[in-house]
Design a binder for this molecule. Structure first.
Ligand SMILES: *[C@@H]1O[C@H](CO)[C@@H](O)[C@H](O)[C@H]1NC(C)=O
Ligand SMILES: *[C@@H]1O[C@H](CO)[C@@H](O)[C@H](O)[C@H]1NC(C)=O
Ligand SMILES: *[C@@H]1O[C@H](CO)[C@@H](O)[C@H](O)[C@H]1NC(C)=O
Ligand SMILES: *[C@@H]1O[C@H](CO)[C@@H](O)[C@H](O)[C@H]1NC(C)=O
Ligand SMILES: *[C@@H]1O[C@H](CO)[C@@H](O)[C@H](O)[C@H]1NC(C)=O
Length: 428
């Protein structure tokens, strides 16, 4: 990864971590508060049942590494910082109910832990200026959780979770109507990772999440992954939107990305800045400068990119290999090229509308797009270009190519030297 790119991205992503060094001061304040509270609780009998008091006491108690949330909680302030230990928070309420932590539409998150594990909890109505959970250099695991109606306002990533430099695992969760309401910039309507070692998301539903108000610069309506490896499997992305690129997800500078056995339905990329409408690419998925991409056994239906390219999937490739197999593309639409898939070569340095990209200079572009067995296309649209299904732009690069196995589908426009279009299953 080129330093220039790394620094530019680091700076963009670090803005919101300014508050971290203050944690020590805040912690002693909380300990003081806790001391006062426990002094009070010595004289007042404890309220029956589990509530806010028990919840906050657990979060603020640095010698506690595991806590069971036994009932619903409505917050009276933003979540305190969870610091000083790896922490596991598990919902275990009577009658098997999943406990709800409610932000009351006015409180936010912004807690930084060491490693954090969440299980069987619901977080709703958070409204703040930072992700509910953020980790800097640590790991987050989220199992069996629900996130509904959460929003962050500002220049931000990930309304629910944002991980920088750690790993993220999400299994069996539901994310509905979570939003980043951006200022100049915003990424990952629900989830964002940057410089992460690994991002794994499985058996999870993302519905109606959005990055909005970003004037064409947003990335990933539900998920944004940057400079990480990732694997997304058995997920459903439905009705997510971005004011920018990647209606459901955007991935940039990943060394390896896999998207397997997932469905992408009615996601869309648009731009509220009229001059940048053409850059609203990747109605479902926008992938930029990724080395290895595998998209397999997925369904893409009625996704839409207002911009030039990639009604369902947009691939901007440098020295990359992308393999698409066993996917169904139905009624997706791009403004101009590649109603289902639009792929093109990018150089190492490029400014394109909202994006300034600097990839490590490894010589001229050298990429391969492989359309392997089992892809089907129907009812896809792409302006008047005729590239309703596929568009590949690999002009001027004899080191790049596209292959179709076993045959080239109809309505595929390939701009490349004749010799680089191969009809073969050899590389699949
Ligand atoms: C919130 O509730 C807790 C527990 O009842 C209490 O200790 C705390 O002072 C309250 N905080 C605010 C900001 O009202
Ligand atoms: C913090 O948790 C520890 C471990 O469970 C417990 O022994 C201690 O009493 C708790 N402290 C407070 C102030 O609640
Ligand atoms: C937290 O967990 C990590 C492994 O995920 C471990 O390396 C680290 O020592 C733990 N830290 C504490 C304070 O327990
Ligand atoms: C979120 O909080 C802000 C104030 O910080 C308020 O103006 C806004 O209406 C709230 N949004 C929702 C959806 O409650
Ligand atoms: C390809 O090469 C031709 C002739 O050298 C040049 O005019 C054109 O701009 C190049 N196209 C791209 C996309 O680089």
């Amino acid at each position: 990864m080129a330093m220039a790119m790394a620094m530019a991205m680091g700076m963009a992503a670090c803005g919101r971590y300014k508050g971290v060094p203050a944690a020590t001061g805040r912690r002693s304040f909380l300990l003081l508060l806790l001391a006062i509270c426990s002094a009070l609780s010595a004289t007042i009998p404890p309220a029956a049942g589990y509530g806010l008091e028990e919840f906050l006491a657990a979060l603020n108690n640095e010698s506690l590494v595991y806590h069971e949330v036994q009932g619903d909680v409505v917050l009276n302030a933003s979540l305190p910082a969870i610091t000083g230990r790896n922490f596991t928070l598990v919902g275990r309420a009577p009658r098997g109910k999943r406990p709800v932590i409610d932000g009351a539409s006015k409180h936010g998150g912004g807690s930084y832990s060491l490693s954090l594990t969440l299980k069987n909890l619901e977080f709703r109505n958070f409204n703040g200026s930072g992700s509910i959970f953020g980790a800097l250099g640590h790991d987050i695991v989220i199992l069996d959780c629900v996130f509904i109606n959460n929003r962050v306002v500002g220049v931000l990533s990930g309304s629910v979770v944002s991980v920088q430099g750690g790993s993220l695992k999400i299994s069996d969760c539901l994310f509905v109507n979570n939003r980043v309401e951006g200022g100049g910039y915003g990424r990952g309507g629900a989830v964002s990772t940057t410089f992460s070692s690994d991002t794994v998301i499985e058996r999870t539903v993302f519905r109606s999440n959005e990055v909005m108000g970003t004037r064409g610069t947003g990335e990933g309506g539900a998920i944004s992954v940057s400079a990480a490896t990732y694997r997304i499997s058995e997920c459903v992305f439905e009705g997510n939107k971005v004011d920018g690129y990647g209606g459901a997800m955007a991935a940039t500078f990943a060394s390896r990305g896999e998207i397997l056995r997932s469905s992408f339905l009615r996601n869309s990329a648009y731009s509220t800045r009229s001059g940048w409408k053409r850059y609203a690419t990747g109605g479902a998925i926008d992938i930029y400068g990724e080395d290895v991409t595998i998209i397999s056994a997925c369904t893409f239906r009625e996704n839409k990119a207002e911009g030039r390219r990639g009604g369902a999937v947009s691939l901007s490739m440098y020295q990359a290999e992308a393999t698409i197999s066993g996917c169904k593309f139905e009624k997706n639409a791009a403004g101009r090229y590649g109603g289902a898939v639009g792929a093109r070569l990018v150089p190492t340095g490029l400014v394109e509308g909202p994006r300034g990209i600097y990839l490590e200079d490894r010589g001229p572009p050298r990429s391969r797009a492989k359309f392997c067995r089992g892809n089907t296309y129907s009812g896809n649209l792409a302006g008047k270009s005729g590239a309703n299904n596929i568009y590949v732009d690999m002009r001027n690069s004899s080191a790049s190519g596209v292959s179709f196995c076993p045959t080239r589908p109809p309505l595929a426009l390939i701009e490349a030297a004749p010799g680089v279009v191969i009809i073969s299953c050899a590389s699949c």
